[in-house]
Design a protein around this ligand. Structure first.
Ligand SMILES: O=C(CO)COP(=O)(O)O
Length: 126
């Protein structure tokens, strides 16, 4: 089974996510990608990636990703979080991060760590 790479970004980090995805288009396009709704739409339009979109984060998208991680379908989660803005769905975000730790699934919450995950070739083993 080919596992999925998840890409998510909070609103203030969406531009950084699209720029990051453009830079890594060659690598990313080899993977099945899922995203929360708004992030996914921007990645398709701005970075030319094929993305399967889930619900938007505040409407349950992070919870959907958590369920996918728990059921062993995700190779890594790249989640550019905004640490300076309060989120109404903070419990869902915390849940997703906890579930990644429970199942030892790589989770990058900023571009520097995302870079490490891509360079680690961790994804190539999937
Ligand atoms: O809020 C999010 C993650 O917590 C992201 O959701 P969107 O991609 O729909 O903006």
């Amino acid at each position: 089974m080919q596992k999925t790479l998840v890409l998510i970004a909070h609103d203030n980090k969406k531009l950084a996510m699209v720029q990051w995805a453009r830079r890594h288009h060659a690598c990313l396009s080899r993977h099945k990608i899922q995203s929360t709704s708004t992030t996914g739409q921007l990645l398709q339009e701005g970075a030319g990636l094929k993305v399967e979109c889930l619900l938007s984060g505040p409407l349950g998208g992070d919870a959907q990703v958590g369920a996918l991680v728990a059921s062993g379908q995700i190779s890594a989660v790249i989640f550019f979080v905004d640490p300076l803005t309060a989120m109404p769905h903070d419990p869902d975000i915390k849940m997703l991060m906890r579930i990644c730790d429970v199942h030892d699934v790589p989770l990058a919450t900023n571009p520097a760590t995302a870079e490490c995950i891509l360079r680690s070739h961790l994804l190539e083993k999937e």
